[in-house]
Design a protein around this ligand. Structure first.
Ligand code: CA
Length: 230
């Protein structure tokens, strides 16, 4: 059974989320403060974390950074305002997804399920892509460039794997969003740009002149096709 840790200081919200997630078959841990939440994450190592942005004790951003420093556990951020979302991804804290309040608990369950499916699928398939000096191991969820490991968040990994599986094929933002979330929510497409920016910063020798992930203006992105490749 997969374990979800909810770190959120609104008791009613925690109660509702816990109830929906338990009904969906998840084991649920809860913490009402950032600092205690982080301790619980360290001791229990849940499979996924639902993390509020504004928390007493330790801010959600700091909690996410700490988690990301030590693992690639998927993190779904809960935010009160849409304006905060750019900041979330822009700060490269490595949140994999975010949901703005108020939200339907069903949406949260759907996103959690989608993310868990991706993780499980990654574990089942033994697939290693070797392309353009990159080695992308879907099972281990690791990427190396010229033998050097590149640390990516689960979302960045999914984007890279999706595109690198079909070099030259153009993906729209909505398609990429769907690949990362299991479902596509219109209006959220621009978050893909932030993820791509972070991905390039980690992957590309010169992020301003990307050699792996190309922008296709007005459409989306594609993984560059190697010379001679059909
Ligand atoms: Ca809060």
């Amino acid at each position: 059974m997969s374990t979800i840790l909810i770190i959120e200081d609104e008791p009613e919200l925690v109660r509702v989320l816990r109830s929906y997630l338990e009904d969906a078959g998840f084991d649920v841990l809860t913490a009402y403060r950032g600092d205690t939440g982080l301790l619980m994450w360290e001791s229990r190592r849940p499979d996924l974390v639902i993390l509020d942005l504004n928390l007493p004790g330790l801010d959600g951003l700091d909690v996410a950074r700490e988690i990301r420093r030590n693992s690639n556990t998927p993190v779904i951020m809960l935010t009160a305002r849409v304006e905060e979302t750019d900041q979330l991804i822009g700060l490269e804290i490595g949140a994999d997804d975010y949901i703005t309040k108020p939200f339907s608990p069903r949406v949260v369950v759907a996103r959690v399920r989608a993310m868990m499916r991706r993780m499980e699928r990654g574990q089942e398939l033994e697939k290693v892509l070797q392309i353009a000096g990159l080695e992308i191991d879907e099972q281990a969820h690791t990427v190396s460039r010229d033998g050097q490991q590149v640390a990516l968040t689960p979302t960045e990994f999914t984007l890279l794997f999706e595109m690198a599986s079909y070099p030259g094929r153009v993906f729209s933002r909505l398609q990429l969003l769907e690949a990362t979330q299991g479902t596509a929510y219109e209006g959220y497409e621009r978050t893909i740009d932030a993820h791509i920016k972070n991905l390039r910063a980690k992957l590309e020798p010169d992020p301003r002149n990307p050699v792996y992930i190309e922008t296709v203006f007005g459409v989306g992105y594609r993984f560059k096709k190697e010379k001679g490749q059909v």
